[in-house]
Design a protein around this ligand. Structure first.
Ligand code: FPP
Length: 254
């Protein structure tokens, strides 16, 4: 077996296949302009549109966006309602365009808390775009990384209870297969806008080896140029996955 085997492609890759983003800073963007917070969220939707297009142009395979965390219910009721309306209106308005651009849309998170209308729109968007083979866009709503891990544990526990799985057979591979985004490669690049440097219960398991990029830029200002800067930063990173820097350099020189 060669010194560095099955992870070669990730070590050599200069461009992320999968980008995951925490879109932070909508409220501050609005406040700095003397506008109410909803104006920041609406501008945030425009930034989403721009980044989806930029990812398509850059040949990125998958993009996961954290649109609403399981903790965001703690926001004032009026803001939560506004965000739900914004999701509904955005989906209604954008899904045909996404479909026309060959984008495959999916949602991760616990949908049970959402209105029938929103759940229906999510289902319809997924069905409509299921066969598209361009950018795979996953939108995390009422999502939490701990929730995701607990759900996977529950599924495997149920299989064990039913006699379909011996607990000693549980490993990282079959555990990962029960998590959200199992169908995608793990994110190579994580971006958080808005200046905070934390993961905030986003993809806890999936980010184990992801390069973390933090920027002060507020989400509504994050445009194609900002994405290019993040990609340039990523290209300069040396990913090692436990190997030494010398091993990686040797592989790259080979
Ligand atoms: C964080 O900014 C942003 C959110 C909690 C909502 C994100 C939603 C969007 C960008 C729009 C909808 C997206 C889709 C995919 C339909 P914040 O409010 O925490 O900003 P602050 O930290 O400045 O207060």
């Amino acid at each position: 077996m060669s010194e560095i085997s099955q992870i070669d492609s990730r070590l050599l890759q200069e461009r992320p296949q999968h980008i995951a983003i925490i879109m932070d800073g909508n409220g501050r963007w609005a406040r700095r302009r003397g506008l109410p917070r909803p104006a920041g969220h609406r501008e945030g939707v425009k930034a989403v549109r721009g980044i989806v297009e930029a990812c398509r142009n850059q040949g990125i395979g998958a993009l996961t966006l954290f649109a609403f965390s399981s903790e965001n219910w703690r926001r004032p009721r009026t803001e939560v309602r506004l965000l739900m309306d914004l999701f509904i209106n955005t989906l209604k308005r954008e899904v045909r365009d996404l479909h026309a651009n060959n984008v495959q849309v999916s949602f991760i998170g616990d949908r049970s808390a959402f209105s029938d209308k929103l759940r229906r729109l999510m289902d319809e968007s997924e069905s409509l775009t299921a066969d598209n083979d361009g950018l795979r866009l996953a939108i995390a709503v009422n999502y939490g990384g701990r929730w995701d891990i607990v759900e996977a544990a529950r599924r495997l526990a149920a299989e064990a209870r039913d006699g379909d799985l011996d607990p000693s057979e549980i490993d990282e591979e079959n555990f990962s297969a029960c998590l959200s985004l199992a169908q995608l490669p793990e994110p190579d690049l994580f971006i958080r806008t808005g200046g905070e440097q934390r993961i905030s219960n986003f993809l806890l398991w999936q980010l184990a080896y992801t390069e973390l990029y933090f920027t002060e830029t507020l989400w509504p200002d994050f445009d194609a140029q900002c994405l290019s800067e993040a990609l340039e930063w990523f290209a300069g990173r040396q990913r090692r996955f436990g190997h030494t820097g010398e091993q990686v350099e040797r592989l790259k020189g080979a």
